[in-house]
Design a protein around this ligand. Structure first.
Ligand code: C2E
Ligand code: CA
Ligand code: CA
Ligand code: CA
Length: 274
């Protein structure tokens, strides 16, 4: 048994080793990715549940790695944060997104995710506001998505950055709501414009009886606070029906569309995509 235990440990060790090596190699590659344009952005719509009209798009970054194929953001954002490249990635995603926004009707907003680590940095505001000014896009069409953990952050310039972005006219959404620890305290501490209910609450809306009252309560709370409320992970017509009955404003999920390349998105609006 002892031997087996040690064997297992060694296996685990090797697994850890492989994992570390993979991270290190991605860390090395990410710099090259930024220089040689391997990153790209896909866009997923928010749809108004009552009219079925697209009210906004969320920008989601992907990495087309020359050897590993397409890598999802969950696999490289953290690595980018640790190696100091997250600011560059966000700047890239924002600039791309605003170029797309310029080709869309003015009532369509564009949402960009901000990393908690990047939000702490004093230079974030100047960096992002510079890109926004150059784009000539109305800041009112730009939304930044932040997670609860980012807002609870007391280190650095997080709150100051968020307030300054808001003063510029941008909107701030709280992302993945319900997965953090002190949801109500978070809502009291910052004037958000939108609340996004985490996908984990929506997935089981049909099956798990218990999630329905929670989702209903989150929607009511959001509306009371004057927030626009969006459900993530809307996968079935039944999800959309339940959420509409609860008066959730928007839905986002595979029922409406997966994230898609710019070319496809521009086609929805029949824009000139040359
Ligand atoms: P998120 O902000 O919660 O984004 C939503 C994720 O859910 C996306 O995964 C999207 O593809 C996926 N999704 C959308 N609809 C459905 C659905 O109906 N069912 C299911 N099962 N999934 C759905 P993705 O693109 O892999 O992004 C994962 C996370 O990576 C994002 O979660 C976000 O936290 C982060 N991320 C993506 N792009 C960026 C970025 O540019 N900057 C930063 N800092 N983070 C990003
Ligand atoms: Ca998001
Ligand atoms: Ca989310
Ligand atoms: Ca999420």
């Amino acid at each position: 048994a002892k031997d087996a235990g040690r064997g297992t440990w060694r296996l685990f060790d090797r697994e850890m080793d492989r994992h570390l090596q993979e991270r290190r190699s991605l860390q090395r590659d990410i710099k090259r990715a930024l220089l040689s344009e391997q990153l790209f952005v896909e866009y997923q719509p928010f749809v108004a549940l009552d009219t079925h009209k697209i009210t906004g798009l969320e920008s989601l970054v992907r990495w087309h790695h020359p050897e590993r194929g397409i890598i999802a953001p969950d696999e490289f954002i953290e690595i980018a944060e640790q190696s100091g490249h997250i600011g560059t990635i966000t700047a890239f995603v924002l600039a791309e997104s605003l170029a797309v926004a310029a080709q869309l009707p003015a009532n369509v907003s564009i949402a960009v995710n901000l990393s908690p680590l990047h939000l702490r940095e004093a230079w974030l505001f100047d960096q992002l506001s510079g890109i926004i000014e150059r784009s000539k896009i109305d800041p009112g069409r730009i939304e930044f998505e932040v997670t609860e953990s980012a807002v609870l952050e007391t280190e650095g310039r997080t709150l100051e950055n968020l307030h300054r972005l808001r003063e510029l006219g941008c909107r701030i959404a709280i992302d993945d709501f319900g997965t953090g620890y002190s949801s109500l305290a978070t809502l009291r501490g910052f004037p958000f414009d939108r609340l996004k209910i985490d996908r984990s609450f929506i997935v089981d809306l049909e099956r798990r009886e218990n999630d329905a009252p929670i989702v209903k309560a989150i929607i009511e709370l959001s509306r009371t606070l004057g927030l626009r409320v969006t459900a993530e992970g809307v996968e079935t017509a039944r999800h959309a029906d339940i959420l509409r009955a609860y008066q959730c404003h928007d839905g986002q999920g595979f029922l409406f569309s997966p994230p898609l390349p710019k070319r496809d998105v521009l086609e929805w609006f029949e824009c000139d995509n040359t």
